[in-house]
Write a protein that binds this ligand. Structure first.
Ligand code: MTE
Ligand code: MO
Length: 252
């Protein structure tokens, strides 16, 4: 089934469960269960809410598909780009020894983690597909620390609802809800296909959210902020992508 037809089906299903009142009632139901995405207000608002709420209700515990080694793409399709800034070039010249991942917000033990520290935590490796919204994709083995582990180390507070993550490039930031943040396949990736993570693929550290489209997998991650509301971040829509018209929630 194509993604589009599946989405249509899921949407129709949610409308059907809401009865003849349709999507309006579904959206109200979603609101009472706390399933309204931060970018629900736009033209596509009703649809975004229906997609997010229905996927959360139906697929909360599902896993992204994992592939056998034989399916790893010959060349991981790095969406190549020049080093994003002078600050990045400097850190790269130092072998990223001074790279830090700041963790703050609703945690008991905020801190700044080096790559050496992050690599000392238990790592998980999984072979999943990165799918760009433009239609291309590649399969790779991703190696990293489960985000849930780092959140545990930092002592996440019970009122936490979202994790906001930002890149060394200020134009790229995003967020996920706790269902994705604590999901076993959501990783802070520092390796790919048995080796380190090249800059082209987001090295030295990138977020990997395999249950959503590629743009949620932000590269060059330098900060995680745990929060109960996305209102104070940018325009309050949950991501830089949402501010330029893309959906905040893009489950696949
Ligand atoms: N910091 C940063 N992260 C980013 C992007 C970017 O331009 N900058 N592009 C996103 C998009 S649109 C996609 S599809 C994937 C591409 O990942 P790749 O370069 O490993 O192919 O990275 C995502 N993360
Ligand atoms: Mo993309």
């Amino acid at each position: 089934m194509t993604d589009l037809s599946r989405r249509k089906l899921v949407k129709t299903g949610l409308a059907a469960t809401a009865g003849i009142a349709g999507l309006g009632a579904a959206a109200r139901a979603a609101q009472s269960f706390g399933l309204v995405p931060p970018d629900h207000g736009g033209i596509w608002g009703l649809g975004e809410t229906a997609t997010y709420a229905s996927q959360r209700l139906l697929t909360r515990h599902s896993l992204a598909r994992e592939f056998p080694r034989s399916r790893i793409s010959a060349r991981p399709l790095a969406n190549e780009m020049p080093p994003p800034s002078e600050a990045f070039t400097k850190l790269e010249a130092g072998g990223f020894a001074d790279w830090r991942l700041a963790v703050d917000g609703m945690v008991d033990r905020p801190g700044a983690f080096s790559l050496v520290q992050l690599k000392s935590y238990p790592s998980r490796s999984q072979i999943t597909q990165l799918a760009c919204e433009e239609g291309w994709s590649y399969i790779a083995e991703w190696i990293g620390v489960p985000l849930s582990h780092l959140l545990e180390v930092a002592g996440i507070r019970p009122e936490a609802r979202y994790v906001v993550y930002s890149s060394i490039d200020p134009t790229w930031w995003d967020s996920i809800d706790m269902a994705d943040a604590l999901h076993p396949q959501t990783l802070l990736v520092h390796g790919i296909n048995g080796g380190g993570l090249p800059v082209g693929n987001g090295g030295p550290l990138r977020m990997r959210v395999p249950r959503q489209l590629g743009y949620k997998s932000v590269k060059f991650i330098t900060r995680l902020t745990v929060t109960d509301s996305l209102k104070g971040f940018g325009k309050g829509l949950g991501s830089s992508a949402a501010e330029t018209g893309y959906a905040w929630y893009v489950g696949i």
